[in-house]
Design a protein around this ligand. Structure first.
Ligand code: FAD
Ligand code: DHB
Length: 390
């Protein structure tokens, strides 16, 4: 089989890239290790920047997020037992973020792909990449016990942090990494969100907490926890009690509890691979970089990588120019490092570290106090939170 662009991975980056290329008349095939249902079952991100929502529109899948996504004009910061709003909309000249689950976005993209008759090979085993250094790359995999070959012009590695794409070029990659000494315990529950119009980020002596949502009837909450905690250690009751203890009294009392429908612990990591292009192989999304979730940037960065990559391929085919291809890595990395910086900073500001003592806690509270009372500092937070311009 032959296609123009072989895409590895059917997560948000792979699916969005496929859709943008299809809109531009560029043929593509996605090769995914898991089943479609497995991909749809992973509960992950929930907050979309304006540029991400705009990209979904451009890809022809902006209808449901426009209808069902919940627009947020502000965020709230809790520290020293008090809650403070940050008017993100007002401070950025009218920009907003949208609460819409990654699972819903993935579903919209999968449906659009199916409707356009584009091919996705699910449950592809032993995917391997060849020939990206030359002119004729090939993707090999096994499907239903049979070996298959996909010849192509370019390979887009959209296969996440543990994928085969970065592993294939690991001898040519420089890695930059920071691993954080705690995790996030996340709970999804069909209860109305405690703060439906603003995500709440909490700093407390007991550790970080976050109140987010997927819809007006589905909430997503997180608490910072030790890395070696097991999900089984956390009954629903223990989770709700801990969440409430980390919020301000007014909000704590408003939390509506209910049975969890998903509960998991995620480690926190900052990671960047450089460069992101290796001949005819390109890394996009989590395959090339990871941010700790504190800044809600992971999914949004994946979307902007894919925007740059689709533009590069469109320039190559339509304008016979490789300028976009040649500058892909540099262009992405400039944006990625700013999001890395922001996510690292917010993680440091909001979490309790093993060596956070009384002094460290007071310094965090002082910075937060400055942040919510200085227009300059609030503006810097708001600009980064809604997403820097493309
Ligand atoms: P992925 O979503 O990882 O998709 C990669 C795809 O490639 C997967 O479907 C995978 O099965 C497939 N694949 C892997 N290896 C192979 C292979 N060898 N061959 C073929 N296919 C392969 N971000 C936030 O902003 N907020 C959050 O709360 C948040 N929570 C997260 C929680 C967890 C546990 C994780 C892991 C991530 C979270 N993120 C969050 C980050 C966000 O979900 C990611 O940034 C986003 O999913 C990136 O999309 P992607 O398509 O690049 O990668
Ligand atoms: C989620 C929301 C956030 O604002 C964030 O920083 C991390 C995760 C969420 O809804 O999952």
């Amino acid at each position: 089989q032959r296609t123009q662009v072989a895409i590895i991975g059917a997560g948000p980056s792979g699916l969005l890239l496929g859709q943008l290329l299809h809109k531009a008349g560029i043929d593509n095939v996605i090769v995914e290790r898991q089943s479609g249902d497995y991909v749809l079952g992973r509960i992950r991100a929930g907050i979309l920047e304006q540029v991400t929502v705009d990209l979904l529109r451009e890809a022809g899948v902006g209808e449901r997020v426009g209808r069902e996504g919940v627009v947020h004009h502000s965020i709230e910061l809790v520290f020293a037992g008090t809650r403070h709003p940050i008017d993100v909309h007002g401070l950025t000249g009218g920009k907003v973020v949208t609460a819409y689950g990654q699972t819903e976005l993935t579903k919209d993209l999968m449906e659009a792909r199916a409707a356009a008759g584009l091919q996705t090979v699910y449950e592809a085993a032993d995917v391997s990449l060849h020939g990206h250094d030359g002119d004729a790359p090939v993707v090999r995999y096994r499907k239903d016990g049979q070996s298959r070959e996909l010849r192509c012009d370019f390979i887009a590695g959209c296969d996440g942090f543990h994928g085969v794409s970065r592993a294939t070029v690991k001898d040519h990659v420089t890695e930059f990494e920071r691993v954080y000494p705690f995790g996030w315990l996340g709970v999804l529950a069909d209860v109305p969100p405690v703060s439906p119009h603003a995500i709440v980020y909490g700093n407390s002596e007991r550790g970080f907490s976050l109140c987010s949502m997927r819809s007006m009837t589905r909430s997503r909450y997180y608490v910072q926890c030790p890395l070696d905690d097991k999900v089984e250690d956390w009954s629903d009751q223990r989770f709700w009690d801990e969440l409430r203890r980390r919020l301000d009294p007014e909000l704590a009392q408003k939390v509506v509890t209910g049975p969890s429908i998903e509960k998991s612990i995620a480690p926190l990591r900052s990671f960047v691979a450089e460069p992101l292009r290796f001949g005819r192989l390109f890394l996009a999304g989590d395959a090339g970089h990871i941010v700790p979730p504190t800044g809600a940037k992971g999914l949004n960065l994946a979307a902007t990588d894919v925007k740059y990559l689709s533009s590069a391929f469109i320039e190559h085919y339509a304008e016979r120019s490789d300028a976009g291809i040649d500058s892909y890595s540099q262009r992405c990395l400039r944006r990625i490092w700013k999001a890395e910086r922001f996510s690292w900073w917010l993680t440091n500001l909001m979490h309790r570290f093993p060596d956070t003592d009384g002094f460290g806690q007071r310094v965090q509270e002082a910075e937060l106090d400055y942040l919510v009372n200085s227009r300059a500092a609030s503006t810097a937070l708001a600009e980064n939170y809604v997403g820097l311009p493309l």
